[in-house]
Design a protein around this ligand. Structure first.
Ligand code: ADP
Ligand code: ZN
Length: 517
């Protein structure tokens, strides 16, 4: 069986599991009955799509929303996965294609609208095609007391008995009564393994810092935690070696680890880390998959992680024992440039690249956050009502200033160019740079042209990043990451709301002359 993490990156193009996903995927792939409760946007679909590729036979997905099914089928096919849907919205040609794939034994995922289950024909058909798993999306639809009751969902239990295959059910509705009802109606005599955990890791302290002197910053962080087990993640193999040496020079026990070392040496490092107390491993992201050490007291990032998912997964290796643990993440303009070019120069198709940029933006928003990082991190994964008190911004609220004017200039540049451009071009407009692109589009004639010369390019980048962090603008994946304004920005444009920006990431050092250059 292929490893789940390999399929995650090769087929889905993700660099890390989201919170909760890995355990659910493992359980579903191994054929257990599963009920998973995850917030909306948490990434439920992957929890049945990925096991579908690891398991024999067809995975039947029952979902109440035809539009959603069709989206998923389209996305899966674009990723090279044989998937099809049988819904009332199909054209004859689509239906014929699905049948052809079934008959050829190629189909891995078959999406079915619940209404289909009402006909005996569907049941007979499903019996013949070698179903290996039933996945039920929006499983609360089986609950009569819920707001979304779908009578046809009641037939799923019958289907399971006829096919005798495991069921994996998913919902965002977590109240105990609905849960019990789902279990009773879908699983009957074989109760599922229930996954219901919040994504919060309350014992982890979260902190970020802009890179100033990164080596010194890491050494200082480690010096204050001498004798504790910790991991430092670095962006390059060379850096793991030089930083490990620098730590040893300061009297720490430190080893490096990366994918270029021979397997024997890697295993030895893993074993020492596991066994010994107070060892620091300075590693690339290759380190961690097989590490199961409960008492890692800290995780530091000498370079910005790849995405917000990777960040969560990497810091999550600290404090598995539940005792307090600390995390510290450095970020700087070079990291951002590196991560962007890795995405742009990768082999992924354009839609995926845009989504990767969006995930990187989410991490940058977190790095530039004004208020509680935990709240912002968990909101990204769909979780609300978070209590924190354990992050650097709750400890010491940052110095802020009224950035409304800058934000309004930026929004105006976005709107006057029809929400079709990314930060680079928008900043050229604000700075009054007469680039070819600016001239070709006639953007030098806009009233916004050159109105932002009080900041330089880097400062505007910080403004845009913070705007993304405040969710005033979002990169539009359908327009190659062009920035679009969100509803939250409207009151700012109408002058009904002010926006605060962090002072420390926009040090107003250089004031350029207002004259055109
Ligand atoms: P839900 O059904 O839980 O509301 P989805 O399955 O639609 O959520 O996933 C929400 C978004 O998260 C999708 O855009 C999906 O591509 C993305 N996503 C899911 N898993 C991951 C992951 N491991 N890394 C990055 N993005 C992910
Ligand atoms: Zn906080």
């Amino acid at each position: 069986m292929r490893a789940a993490s390999t399929v995650l990156s090769e087929v889905f193009g993700f660099d890390a599991f989201r919170p909760g996903q890995e355990d659910i995927v493992t359980s579903v792939a191994s054929g257990e009955n599963v009920l998973a409760i995850m917030p909306t946007g948490g990434g439920k679909s992957l929890c049945y799509q990925l096991p579908a590729l690891l398991r024999e036979g067809v995975t039947v997905v029952i979902s109440p929303l035809i539009a959603l099914m069709r989206d998923q089928v389209r996305a899966l096919r674009a990723a090279g996965v044989e998937a099809g849907a049988l819904t009332s919205g199909n054209t004859d040609e689509e239906t014929a294609q699905v049948w052809e794939a079934i008959e050829a034994g190629r189909l891995k995922l078959l999406y079915i609208a619940p209404e289909r289950l009402a006909s005996g024909a569907a049941l007979g058909m499903l019996r013949q095609i070698g179903v290996g798993l039933i996945a039920v999306d929006e499983a609360h639809c089986v609950s009569q007391w819920g707001h979304d009751f779908r009578p046809d969902y009641l037939r799923i239990g019958e289907l399971q008995r006829a096919l005798d295959v495991p069921i994996a059910a998913f919902t965002a509705t977590a109240d105990a009564e609905t849960r019990e009802e789902i279990i009773g109606r879908l699983f009957g005599a074989q109760p599922p393994k229930v996954f219901l955990h919040g994504f919060d890791r309350p014992n982890l302290h979260l902190a970020f810092a802009a890179k100033d002197n990164p080596r010194k910053q890491i050494l200082q962080f480690a010096a204050a935690r001498k004798g504790q087990s910790g991991i430092v993640y670095c962006g390059t193999r060379a850096k793991t070696e030089s930083l490990a040496k620098a730590l040893r020079d300061e009297g720490h026990q430190a080893l490096h680890y990366h994918g270029g070392m021979d397997p024997q040496e890697r295993r030895e490092t893993e074993a020492s880390f596991q066994r010994e107390d107070g060892l620091i491993v300075v590693a690339t992201v290759a380190f961690g998959m097989g590490v199961d050490k409960p008492d890692i007291r800290w995780v530091a990032h000498a370079d910005l992680p790849k995405s917000i998912e990777a960040y969560y997964q990497e810091i999550g290796r600290a404090g598995r024992d539940g005792a307090p643990a600390e995390t510290f993440t450095l970020f700087g303009p070079d990291d951002i440039r590196l991560r962007r070019s890795q995405i742009d120069e990768g082999l992924a198709p354009p839609e995926r690249r845009a989504a990767d940029h969006a995930r990187l933006n989410a991490l940058l928003g977190l790095a530039e956050a004004l208020k509680c990082r935990r709240t912002q991190l968990l909101a990204y994964f769909g979780e609300e009502d978070v209590t924190c008190g354990k992050c650097d911004l709750c400890d010491t609220p940052p110095e802020v200033f009224d950035g409304t004017e800058a934000v309004r200039k930026a929004l105006s540049a976005i709107l006057r160019t029809g929400e079709w451009f990314g930060t680079g071009h928008l900043i050229d407009i604000l700075l009054g740079n007469e680039t070819d692109k600016v001239r070709e589009r006639g953007h030098d004639a806009l009233p916004t042209f050159g109105v932002g010369r009080e900041y330089d390019k880097r400062q505007w980048q910080a403004v845009f990043r913070q705007m993304m962090g405040h969710d005033l603008v979002r990169p539009n994946p359908e327009r190659h990451g062009a920035l679009t304004m969100t509803e939250r920005a409207r009151p700012v444009l109408r002058d009904e709301e002010r926006v605060e920006l962090r002072r420390d990431t926009i040090r107003i050092t250089s004031r350029r002359p207002a004259a055109k250059t």
